[in-house]
Design a protein around this ligand. Structure first.
Ligand code: AMP
Length: 386
């Protein structure tokens, strides 16, 4: 049962799969995951006349305020079936959806975008870095690690410092440790508890940046301005796009290679390290991304709307900046609404989540007519300790 009783199935129209497209306009979007990304997708899609339902096991999923919830685990065939029989098309808001759930939905049931292969690549850091290498995209030297002796051998070839990361299920810096001396190997291996891992050379970057790219099912592509990101304790704190970043063309060329190789449909985020020599790819996210939240007010078309346009095969909207913008994440708790709204050009986003240490509970965007005006707002209103 969903939160509001079982979702009504679609009126007789037959399945809509890649093999059997239907001519009726698609309206019902099913999302795997019901966090803030699903919530912001639904908020963007309501104005396009779209309806939303999502599958999520959490009793307090924050997308429930704006979409219908099917509550259950992601590998529950009956729940997946319920969502699939209601929806015209399925998308997801996080990459750790079990691969078999996506296969189940695709097999004669519904179109699922982005494609399952993109999900498989981005959930495994080894496949991801292998893809970067195959496409000629610079990435840190890396090696697959299955044992302490693999790690000791890899440290000799890759050198130190280096970063040991679990291949799967790592995010926001979880499941990783930095090795500075050969003697750190045993502790780092113990820290990841014998899980399959990857050792990467440590990149002495000057900036962390990301590019949000979008490709429609028609093949149309668009790229947002390169965004500079500040992380603390592995969690994104602050993002600022630059209208004419000198690395824009380079970042776009890498993102385009990935979109085309995966025959991608939807929004894709590519996170990169900037170094004096070149951009170096760190990871992809096959979904709308936290470093693209500024696009809601800062771009002509938000990443959420463009993701929906892309999966529905609609024309993509302009991705360029309207003036200047920056985004501040609210981690653990929210600042006072009235204080943020007193800042000229500020927009406040409360995800409706309970405050908890380390949890992303909201964000605010600062928008301004020019970079100088934005610099002034940041200086006055963004705490240097974010
Ligand atoms: P990740 O989970 O891969 O996004 O890593 C979390 C954060 O750790 C990144 O945002 C970087 O600040 C840092 N980091 C990850 N990999 C490397 C690397 N190879 N070299 C330097 N810093 C890294």
């Amino acid at each position: 049962m969903s939160e509001y009783g079982a979702l009504p199935p679609k009126p007789a129209q037959g399945p809509r799969t890649a093999a059997q497209p239907s001519s009726a306009p698609m309206k019902r979007i099913g999302i795997l995951g019901g966090g803030q990304l699903a919530r912001m997708l639904a908020l963007a899609g309501h104005s396009l006349g779209l309806e939303f339902a999502f599958l999520d096991p959490a009793p307090d999923a924050c997308a429930a305020a704006v979409a219908r919830q099917v509550r259950g685990p992601y590998d529950d065939a009956a729940k997946l079936e319920e969502l699939a029989s209601w929806a015209d098309i399925i998308t997801y808001e996080f990459e750790n959806v079990p691969a078999q759930a996506v296969r189940f939905l695709e097999e004669g049931r519904r179109l699922v975008y982005p494609p399952a292969e993109a999900l498989a690549v981005s959930r495994d850091r080894l496949s991801e870095k292998t893809l970067f290498t195959e496409l000629g995209i610079p990435t840190p030297a890396f090696a697959a690690i299955e044992s302490l002796s693999d790690l000791e051998a890899a440290v000799k070839t890759i050198g130190l410092p280096a970063v040991l990361k679990t291949r799967t299920l790592g995010y926001d810096g979880k499941g990783q440790s930095v090795l500075r001396r050969t003697e750190d190997c045993a502790a780092a291996w113990a820290h990841i508890q014998g899980r399959s891992a990857i050792l990467e050379a440590f990149v002495p970057f000057t900036r962390e940046v990301s590019i949000i790219a979008v490709r429609s099912s028609t093949g149309e592509e668009a790229f947002y301005p390169l965004t500079e990101n500040i992380h603390r304790e592995g969690i994104l704190r602050f993002s600022r796009p630059h209208a004419a970043d000198p690395r824009q063309a380079e970042a776009e060329s890498y993102a385009r290679k990935i979109l085309d190789q995966l025959d991608y449909v939807g929004v894709l985020a590519l996170e990169l390290f900037d170094t004096p020599e070149a951009l170096v790819a760190n990871e992809t996210a096959p979904r709308v991304h936290n470093s693209g939240h500024w696009t809601i007010e800062g771009a002509y078309t938000s990443q959420f709307e463009n993701h929906l346009r892309a999966i529905l095969g609609l024309p993509l909207g302009r991705t360029d900046l309207r003036g200047s913008a920056a985004m501040v994440n609210c981690i653990g708790s929210l600042p006072k609404r009235e204080e943020i709204l007193a800042i000229p050009g500020a927009h406040y986003h409360d995800y409706g989540k309970e405050a908890r240490p380390g949890r992303k509970v909201g964000h605010y965007t600062l928008s301004a007519a020019s970079d100088d005006e934005l610099d002034e707002l940041i200086r006055r209103f963004v705490p240097s300790s974010i």
